[in-house]
Design a protein around this ligand. Sequence first.
Ligand code: TI3
Ligand code: ZN
Ligand code: CA
Ligand code: CA
Length: 498
Amino acid sequence: MKKFLATSLVASVLVVPTVVGAEGLQSGKLTKASSEPAASIVKEYVNKKGDFSVQDVQKDGSSNIVRLQQEVDGVPVFGSVVVGNVAKDGTLKAVVNDAVDVKGKPGLAKKAAISEKKALKLYKKAIKATEFEVAPKAELVIYPVKNDAVYAYKITSTVLAGGEPSRWTYFIDANSGKVINKFDQLAHATGTTVLGTSATFNTTLSAGKYYLQDTTRGKGVYTYDAKNRTSLPGTLWADADNVFNATYDRAAVSAHVNAAKTYDFYKNTYGRNSYDNAGARLNSTVHYSTNYNNAFWDGTKMVYGDGDGTTFVALSGALDVVAHELTHAVTEYTAGLVYQNESGAINEAVSDIMGTVAEYSVGSNFDWLVGEDIYTPGVSGDALRSMSNPAAYGDPDHYSKRYTGTQDNGGVHINSGIINKSAYLLANGGTFYNVSVTGIGVPKLGAIYYRALNVYLTPNSNFSSLRAAVIQSAKDLYGATSAEATAAAKSFDAVGVY
Ligand code: TI3
Ligand code: ZN
Ligand code: CA
Ligand code: CA
């Protein structure tokens, strides 16, 4: 039991500290006022238990929040942290003391007989992995064990290749090489998608709840619930048992799974690490508003309506829609195509094209339709748009038929049909308006448009600039006189864009 200082220079009323648990949180007026640095005040209060390094001091209103890490001869004691809340006048208001008594423990007599290199070898052997998303990192720590403490290597890595992703932490005794403890920080969830299929995906266990938080991709993939309201982002999706099998869960499962698939598509196909190519966290919100028949990229996240059940079901259910939305983000960070008139129609078309290339690469049933999986559940075979035949949904398929009015931002979802048709002809081949195009396949279509988006398109590119950008990209990738470059030119001839 600690002794509490009863004297104070400023306050005259002594607040009797409340103690929660033996080493838990203590609060009250724990020390008298002082002009010493906040970290010293907390250190002094707990120093009977050992040495501490200052991890962090943060301002919190007029208080300072101090975090100390317990150490012995500079080696951290795993998990033994002290947090102190020091008021403006230098009095300690609250402290969480997780420091442990390790001084003179027999297990600490031997420091570390085995090397870090050897420990890493043992770790890799134990988790049976050779390829790492995040390489194993070892840290020598003091690990408290029953009535004793030992030196141990704490080693963590992230593995994606070959089977289930994992993030194993092992504590390996630095003398015996034995595994003292281990845990996997990734929780492998299961659930049902909007389309009624089963899926496995990554969640994170925190304080007894499983969150739609996948930490294996870039800076993470997070999925939120707007709870049928319109304030964003809503709340991070939490589940009690990691089995996402409620009807209400389906939109979230699909958004989470399809965002991860789209991340993988961009990473594995083009080496792009998220939309900013710097691993930006992928945030999605589902159950936006009520009966909302659309989806959008709001500048920082993807947002999906549930649909009204007749025109649409939950829009996150379709991979081509999710990849369409994420491509709006990629466009914003690359070409920056202005969302109006011809540049806006290119913006829309690029989203349809990359959405379809993603569907081809990582989807289960590829086609030249957009949104077919979530459009009109009561009607089969239809979609929001067709790239092979835009006219089937009233969209133009030739420059001569372009829309020049002001609706839809100057027809961004309408005139995209002209570019969509051109892209379809480039991949698939065909004769249109007496122009024959030799198809080059979907992967090359994707590579060419991805390069055009990254290199040659600008905010004010029009259809004619797109033609030049796509032809140049084909030349860069496949050669100036390549069949691909010829096909690229023909694909624009066919839709009347020069
Ligand atoms: S941005 C993209 C999202 C999406 C892709 C949605 C695929 C569904 C499937 C999109 O195309 N949204 C459609 C959209 O914004 N609009 C069209 C315009 C006008 C037409 C549309 C058609 C919406 C049909 C709803 C139903 C709009 O709503 O302003
Ligand atoms: Zn769009
Ligand atoms: Ca499709
Ligand atoms: Ca339908």
